[in-house]
Design a binder for this molecule. Structure first.
Ligand code: MG
Length: 254
């Protein structure tokens, strides 16, 4: 009887570990819904580390004078980042009092932390400028020895093509926009899809198709329990969420 109980417990623990391994949690714009935190702040990256997230996602733009900065929207306090000077962008404050981080500061802060860095290249209006951003990002990452800790995502198709071209072979590069099939992603040299969960719900066979093609599947931005469970049960590899602790709890319970 004791043996049976032990066997069942091991089986349960084993399957929980398998699920935990299978479903990775990415904090969307870092773990910003936490004390003292703000979206895309360095504090949000530190908070994502404090709860052992697999990854911390953040958004990157390049200013007119070619400084890489971390921010979600194309504008901050009326300043259009892509056409602004870095000094004007970096003078802006986040809601937690931090200044807008440069990518340099963000990467340097990550050096002592565990989460993988899920860098979203924002779609720039000037595609030459965007290509320069990709080259500068890849160079900056290399200089810090962070290549093995990076994953890249983007809505920009030219940006996706350039990330595949300039990032080292084997770097995870996932496409966000949702209109390309797994076969098209594979043919382009991408390593996976990172689609809104509604796209995956509409095309659930894409999940198995990706796995058959050795592509990873990430769903964004999943904040409610029901959709989290749907993703876990359908074999989504990575879930990006604003509620990382809730998702971690569900994975543990599965
Ligand atoms: Mg993003």
């Amino acid at each position: 009887m004791k043996k049976t109980a032990f066997f069942l417990a091991s089986l349960l623990l084993g399957s929980a570990a398998t699920f935990a391994q299978m479903t990775c949690v990415v904090a969307h714009r870092g773990y910003w819904d936490a004390e003292g935190s703000a979206q895309n702040s360095i504090r949000a990256l530190v908070k994502a580390d404090s709860i052992d997230c697999y990854g911390s996602e953040f958004d990157v733009w390049m200013t007119a004078d070619k400084k890489l900065v971390v921010n979600h929207d194309p504008d901050i306090n009326g300043i259009h980042i892509e056409t602004a000077k870095a000094k004007d962008v970096l003078a802006q404050k986040l809601s937690n009092g931090e200044s807008v981080p440069t990518l340099e500061q963000y990467l340097d802060s990550s050096l002592s932390l565990k989460p993988r860095l899920i860098l979203e290249l924002k779609p720039h209006a000037d595609k030459k400028h965007e290509e320069d951003a990709v080259k500068a990002i890849v160079k900056m990452v290399k200089e810090r020895g962070l290549e093995a800790n990076m994953e890249y995502i983007t809505f920009s198709k030219p940006g996706f093509i350039n990330l595949i071209k300039y990032a080292p072979k084997g770097t995870p590069i996932l496409y966000l926009a949702g209109e390309l099939t797994p076969r098209e992603i594979k043919a382009m040299g991408g390593t996976g899809i990172d689609y809104h969960y509604s796209v995956l719900k509409k095309n659930p066979w894409w999940i198995d198709e990706c796995h058959a093609l050795n592509l990873r599947v990430n769903a964004w931005t999943v904040n409610d329990e029901k959709t989290m469970l749907w993703c876990i049960e359908h074999g989504v590899d990575i879930i990006t969420t604003n509620a990382p602790e809730l998702l971690q709890q569900l994975i543990r319970e599965k």
